[in-house]
Ligand binder design. Structure first.
Ligand code: PMP
Length: 467
């Protein structure tokens, strides 16, 4: 990669200081940031990223669950450059469109489950979820059901951080000292097989969660509930696996009560579970709406999309009683450069059969990660395909957690980084969500590195009196 070899156009120390003085980073611990600033990631290629000191790491998190086709794809850069040169931007409001946006909408309709044929574009996952809820409210308003407003979400769900998406999000610590739109959202229990109530079988647990949904609908009234939103596998909340049949049964209850079913496939979509869309292929559900972002463009450009069923579109897209304008959308809805990136990304995924690779290597990654269960802190290794997680505990029998101050996830991530691997710490968890191009050889190297990192972490936890 010639660009990686070229001299840098900046002084690293100066840049580090500018960042520290002026960039308010998302999800960054200020107590650490004020002292240490940030690591600058300055290069990336294939499965690797490089920092400003020239250290090279295997990327175990695909940037942030998004660089699905891997780094440094000059084909995507080229497609973006060509589009930016030809026509970088023009409005898609008021009966205007552009070639990549139209092509991509048709491509998404082709790849998605048969009944999802209409696409509303946004700039990322939060905005897609936010726009979706507005569209859902609008849909019921147009049907003469203006009381159907409440959205059922789940504790520990992650749906983003715009005001509405943050309100859908059920990870408590994400909203500390922030406000949420509580009149619009009710959180049900998370579906978490690992921490299900003591003595309950998986199928009893499923019954229990479905009953909670039914009871909630009875309490609030179906006339007041617009939709249920769920990630097929909860991502940032801890790669939480629902009991078998959960999504299908939840959808059936929703359907029986005229409650729309929204699948947030921002992480699970675009190959991470071995399919472009996981809802139908893996969970046997037919959502009314599916949201995607991240892997849609493999992170090469910001982009989100809401896929809407024919049935909903009939209501949203018919000329209105009061004029014909759907008065919502973003300046960058259907941005030509982002859509060009997504089209090339999909072309690569299909040409290189990337979903096949995930279906082939994913189970191997899961199986190999499970061999780490002998380490003192590893309570659970779970997930599916290229969406996996290690849950660390103090006691494997009681599943009791280590104290927060032990920062076990950070310790493991630090040890791994010292050994050339980036995995993501989230509290007591470590998430592995790699680019979808890992092969078995890479998996072996990664598991070996994690094996050493877990052993080193156990030693420091013992040294510090936590184990
Ligand atoms: N939904 C899910 C399931 C996500 O994991 C994320 C981001 N991690 C979002 C929505 C929000 O996406 P974005 O950060 O692009 O706004």
């Amino acid at each position: 990669n010639e660009i990686l070899k070229a001299p840098r156009a900046y002084d690293t120390e100066v840049l580090w200081q500018k960042d520290k003085d002026h960039f308010i980073h998302p999800f960054t611990d200020f107590s650490v940031f004020h002292e240490q600033g940030c690591d600058l990631i300055t290069g990336s290629e294939g499965i690797h990223v490089e920092d400003s000191h020239g250290n090279r790491f295997i990327d175990g998190i695909a940037g942030l669950w998004c660089v699905n086709v891997g780094h440094g794809r000059s084909e995507i850069a080229q497609a973006m450059a060509e589009q930016a040169t030809r026509m970088a931007y023009f409005s898609t409001f008021n009966n205007l469109s552009n070639a990549p946006a139209a092509e991509l909408a048709a491509k998404l309709a082709e790849l998605a489950p048969a009944h999802l044929n209409h696409v509303f574009y946004s700039c990322g996952g939060s905005a897609a979820n936010d726009a979706t809820i507005r569209l859902v409210h609008y849909y019921f308003n147009r049907l003469g059901k203006p009381n159907k407003k409440r959205i059922l979400s789940r504790r520990n769900a992650y749906h983003g951080t715009t005001y509405l998406a943050a309100s859908l999000t059920g990870i408590e610590s994400n909203n500390w000292d922030f406000d949420t739109l509580d009149h619009l959202v009710t959180h049900l229990s998370e579906a978490n097989c690992y921490r299900r109530p003591e003595g309950m079988s998986e199928s009893e647990y499923c019954d229990h969660l479905v009953k909670e949904l039914e009871d909630t609908i009875e309490r609030i009234g179906a006339d007041n509930i617009a939709a249920f939103i769920a990630e097929p596998i909860m991502g940032a909340g801890g790669v939480l696996m629902a009991p078998k049949g959960y999504h299908k049964r939840m959808q059936a209850v929703c359907r029986a009560h005229d409650i729309l079913y929204i699948a947030d496939e921002v992480v699970t979509g675009f190959g991470r579970l071995g399919h472009f869309f996981a809802s139908e292929a893996m969970f046997d559900t037919q959502p009314d709406i599916i949201n995607v972002a991240k892997g849609l463009s493999s992170g090469y450009a910001p982009l989100g999309a809401t896929l809407i069923s024919d049935e909903l579109y009939e209501v949203l897209g018919t000329p209105q009683r009061k004029g014909g304008v759907l008065s919502t959308g973003f300046t960058y809805s259907g941005h030509p450069v982002s859509c060009a990136a997504a089209l090339k990304n999909i072309e690569i995924m299909q040409r290189e059969s990337i979903c096949d690779n995930v279906r082939e290597v994913g189970p191997y990654l899961e199986e190999r990660l499970k061999t780490l269960a002998h380490h003192a802190t590893v309570g659970d290794v779970r997930g599916s395909h290229f969406m996996l997680c290690i849950e660390n505990v103090a006691d494997k029998t009681t599943k009791k957690l280590l104290p927060v101050e032990a920062r076990v996830g950070d310790r493991i991530a630090f040890e791994a980084q010292q050994r050339g691997l980036i995995v993501r710490p989230v509290g007591h968890l470590n998430i592995v969500s790699p680019p979808l191009i890992w092969d078995r050889g890479v998996v072996d190297r990664v598991v070996e590195t994690l094996d050493e990192s877990l052993a080193a972490t156990t030693a420091t936890l013992k040294r510090d009196g936590y184990l």
